[in-house]
Design a protein around this ligand. Structure first.
Ligand SMILES: [Zn+2]
Ligand SMILES: [Zn+2]
Length: 962
């Protein structure tokens, strides 16, 4: 047997598969009380990285735990299939540069390619999850691209329309020039803001009906200048007029006066005074600007959001290119110049800019301004600027028609629903509420191809729009194209064959070309995957789900948000009882893992190297509120811990060849060590159960770890070693106890390390025990066996030992060398005087024995007169020295036995040495020998193996004859 986790795991996987253990588990719990888990869909777009394994470990752990508690479960895994992330990968594969390439390739073909990619990676991810040990009903995984899921969203959107929540709005939205689509507010996470340096520009705009007087304006996005219609100033801040050395007069914020070198302030006034001032526009000669401005003049408006921090205190307003600008245009009735098309190029009517990408016109615009003699200066400016989460292109802001779900009426109910949910970690609720308080309406449309087709049919004649709520409704309302669509999934381009009649004017109308925001796809799953639309009784059984568990960064604005919105609209209730969130996986140095940075670790590599169980253990013991730094060095530490546990199992196997003393019931041992470890173990069961019931995985896992390292390995086995030797009077009880602990420990670790638990369980299994450790019921703690007083005393014993051993180390005396006495200040002995006599006294004697053995001393003396807690007599008499030598000999014989691979059961015929040794029964029992023979010279030794040893200052030889 080797401690080779990956190899063991492969064997266990085979065993589970052959014996159909998972199927047997499900059958065992079928029809019993239910525990409903809802799987958040994994994006089926790439093979899994190690970060995916974190969440999957939790999911599997909780489901396994609940299964052992006898709960019936659905075991449904989910794949997220539709959306830009898949499109971008397919585009890369095909070498497409933009949307035109997709359209000339054919939308139908492109959509099929996207589907294919999803199917390919969902299969790979399934295999990987199985390798991780995750038990799911893989055959019935849900796919968000399924007809069922898509039509469920249609149904939801129809409800939204009935509730008057759905609307088409013009708004300025973040827009990716490459992807050619709007990016919703919640898709722009903090990490999408990059520190970028751009050339900013100061422009001087002539004030009308005044000579040589200019408003000084500053912008970091010169491409928006042609869309300028107004300037904004703060009503209450002070502005100045400054004359420069050429006699030109500039108007700007008082605090910014030093922008004009050598200028002289000639006037100071509050911003209010500027209200309505007219100025000469920069690009009034462009036909599109002229057209949109009509007869309006460029003017100054008052706006309280103007700040002193940046620029000149005079803000350039372009309602076609900025969100706040657009709001202001509604408020002040400003004209809107909308310069860009879908590809982020200037539209017709923009003269020298027409057809140019907005990202390429910076110097063209500068030159134009220079020619007009209104460019004041150019300056580099570094700021945080949003980029596309998919392709990393710098976003622009564009005025577009998009579809929205209005949040004004929903905001309050959403907050109410969020509060009904238990959030782990608890800060989750605040973060969600914060988002719900501040979010805009939900932008649900995307001008793309692979996704939910929004079932909105808009009439270009009368402006009416209708929402189709199901496939059946579409068939009923369809006036043409059904036969072309039939047999296809409701995707582009097939679904668009079907036309319906406008119910207001009778015009034949088409679906809008947009697809849906992918969070609609994932948001509907508490309904679509539980047959809400087809089998309400089934749905009622499983809804709301008990638990979801996902990585929280991002999800407050995404999945958590989407399920809350959809559940509020459909049922006005919470879709889950508990949201368990966990942080992110980072690399060993705590840096974000990125494919491009080269520090990402693929799941396959990791599992092959360190095994699934050590990964699972690492994840389970982590506090989910904090990022986890994953790396092979950390994994090595985890492996060492697990090896400690493994060695305890091996210890039992080494001392017991047959399963002679293996028994299922609780051993009745009088030994203080046995009683103590049984007490500790039952305590552990209680603690683990309580923690897992509260989904506190790290508390449960660390408690188990502390138990098997600190209590079981470093104390119980260490102090009991002798008791396992053949012939020892306590041998039977010791084996029974260790067996009881290890057998039941396999059940306790089964949810976390299913492979390790299974493999070790198979090794311990006797009689009519279940076929697999995973078929056991979750054990309950035997509270009668918990002895808090004994545990407390043992803790004190161990504390004394630690101190005494530290004293030994300070004095440079090896533990093998016996010492005369240890003085202890009265500790628990004092307290125990108050306890009933009898058993207690026996316990205490045994406890003192443990100290004596572990510290290797002859006598313990209680004294209240010593200064420290303990005092160790470090003098070595001749006699003690002799005894130390005996220990040295015993140790060497043991080492020789090991070299000959002798198991503890083999009794040696003869020990032969040139040294004289005091031999007694204890001696022979400990070294496992029948006889001892002293010889004069090394040459007289007839042995199988021998070695030189040093006793005092003399050289001697010791050997073994089998
Ligand atoms: Zn993009
Ligand atoms: Zn109509």
């Amino acid at each position: 047997m080797n401690f080779d986790l990956p190899k063991t795991e492969e064997k266990v996987l085979k065993f589970w598969k052959e014996k159909k253990i998972f199927e047997k588990l499900r059958k065992k719990n079928q029809g019993k009380k239910r525990w409903s888990f809802l799987d958040g869909p994994i994006t089926a777009n790439n093979p899994m990285g190690v970060h995916h394994a974190w969440g999957r470990t939790y999911k599997d752990m909780f489901q396994r735990y609940k299964a052992m508690q006898g709960f019936d479960q659905r075991y449904q895994n989910g794949f997220d299939c539709q959306g830009l992330w898949v499109e971008v990968e397919v585009e890369k594969e095909k070498g497409f540069k933009n949307k035109k390439d997709i359209e000339s390739y054919g939308i139908g073909k492109f959509v099929k390619d996207c589907k294919k990619r999803v199917l390919k990676y969902s299969k790979i991810q399934t295999e990987q999850s199985i390798r991780l040990g995750q038990w799911m009903d893989w055959e019935s995984s849900y796919y968000t691209m399924s007809d069922e899921n898509n039509y469920a969203i249609w149904n939801f959107l129809k409800k939204c329309q009935e509730k008057k929540l759905l609307y088409k709005g013009k708004d300025v939205v973040p827009w990716c020039p490459r992807c050619g689509t709007a990016i919703s507010q919640h898709e722009i996470l903090t990490e999408e803001y990059k520190e970028l340096t751009h050339e900013s520009v100061f422009v001087k705009l002539p004030v009308k009906s005044r000579k040589n007087t200019y408003f000084l304006v500053w912008t970091t996005t010169p491409w928006t200048l042609p869309a300028n219609v107004a300037l904004a100033v703060h009503p209450d801040l002070y502005y100045v007029e400054i004359r420069d050395k050429n006699g030109d007069i500039f108007i700007l914020l008082k605090e910014k006066a030093k922008i004009i070198p050598g200028g002289k302030i000639i006037k100071k006034f509050s911003g209010k005074k500027l209200k309505g001032s007219k100025y000469q526009g920069m690009f009034d000669e462009l036909s599109e600007v002229k057209k949109n401005l009509k007869e309006e003049e460029h003017k100054v408006i008052l706006w309280k959001d103007v700040t002193k921090e940046e620029g000149t205190g005079i803000v350039h307003i372009a309602p076609g290119c900025g969100r706040e600008d657009f709001q202001l245009s509604k408020e002040f009735n400003l004209p809107v110049v909308n310069p860009t098309d879908e590809e982020s190029k200037y539209k017709k009517g923009f003269g020298f800019l027409e057809g140019k990408m907005v990202s390429e016109v910076r110097s063209l615009i500068f030159d134009n301004l220079k020619k007009k003699n209104i460019l004041f200066k150019i300056e580099n400016y570094t700021h945080r600027y949003p980029t596309c989460w998919r392709c990393k292109e710098e976003l622009i802001f564009r005025l577009v028609d998009e579809w929205y779900i209005s949040m004004e009426k929903l905001r309050k109910p959403l907050m109410g629903v969020a509060k009904k949910i238990k959030w782990i970690p608890s800060f989750g609720l605040d973060r969600e509420l914060d988002w719900l308080k501040n979010m805009d309406d939900w932008l649900i449309s995307k001008k793309r191809y692979w996704g939910l087709t929004l079932p909105v049919y808009e009439c270009d004649k009368c402006g009416n729009f209708e929402v189709i709520g199901s496939k059946e409704e579409l068939k009923e309302r369809g006036v043409s194209g059904w036969e072309k669509f039939e047999g296809h999934s409701p995707h582009k381009p097939w679904v668009d064959e079907v036309k319906i009649k406008c119910s207001k004017c009778g015009n034949i109308i088409s679906r809008i070309p947009d697809v849906g925001n992918p969070w609609l796809d994932a948001g509907i799953v508490p309904f679509s995957t539980m047959s809400y639309f087809s089998d309400k009784d089934y749905w009622k059984k499983w809804f709301p789900a008990e638990l979801i568990c996902e990585s929280f960064p991002g999800q407050f604005k995404n999945w958590f948000y989407a399920i809350i919105v959809m559940s509020t609209v459909l049922e006005n209730t919470n879709p889950i009882k508990t949201i368990f969130g966990y942080a992110s996986v980072r690399d060993e140095k705590g840096e974000e893992m990125h494919k491009s940075k080269g520090n990402a670790i693929w799941f396959d590599d990791a599992v092959e190297k360190i095994g699934a169980d050590s990964m699972r253990w690492m994840y389970a013991r982590q506090n989910p509120a904090y990022n986890l730094n994953f790396g092979y060095k950390t994994a090595e530490e985890i492996k060492r811990k697990l090896l400690t546990l493994y060695n305890v199992f091996t210890f039992l196997n080494t001392y017991v060849d047959k399963k002679e003393f293996f028994r299922v019931d609780l051993p009745k041992s009088e030994s203080i060590l046995d009683k103590w470890i049984i007490s500790r173990f039952n305590n552990l069961i209680e603690k683990v159960t309580k923690s897992l019931n509260k989904y506190n995985t790290s508390l449960a896992t660390l408690a188990i770890e502390k138990f098997f390292i600190n209590d079981l390995s470093l104390w119980y086995v260490r102090r009991s070693r002798k008791r396992f030797h053949p012939g020892h009077p306590e041998r039977k009880k010791a084996i029974e106890t260790l067996y009881y602990i290890l057998l039941n420990l396999t059940k306790l670790i089964a949810p976390t390390m299913p492979f390790f638990a299974e493999e070790r369980y198979q090794n311990l299994k006797i009689n009519n025990m279940p076929e697999s450790v995973h078929l056991f019921d979750w054990q309950e703690a035997n509270k009668e066996k918990i002895d808090k007083e004994l545990e407390k005393k043992m803790a004190e014993v161990r504390e004394i030992v630690t101190q005494a051993l530290a004293r030994r180390a300070e004095a440079g005396i090896k533990v093998r060398q016996p010492l005369a006495e240890l003085k202890i200040k009265n500790l628990w002995i004092k307290r125990s005087e108050r306890l009933p006599e009898g058993l207690q006294l026996k316990n205490e004697k045994e406890l003192l024995e443990l100290i004596k053995e572990e510290v290797n001393i002859k006598k313990i003396i209680f004294s209240s007169k010593i200064k420290k807690e303990i005092e160790l007599d470090t003098r070595i008499t001749k006699e003690l020295e002799k005894e130390g030598e005996r220990r040295e000999i015993i140790r060497n014989i043991k080492a020789l036995r090991k070299k000959l691979n002798l198991t503890p059961k083999v009794i040696i015929t003869n020990i032969i040495s040139t040294a004289s040794i005091i031999t007694d029964e204890d001696f022979f029992q400990e070294v496992g020998a029948k006889n001892f023979k002293k010889v004069e010279k090394e040459s007289e030794m007839e042995v199988d193996i021998k070695k030189e040893i040093e006793l005092g200052k003399e050289k001697h030889y010791i050997g073994i004859k089998k």
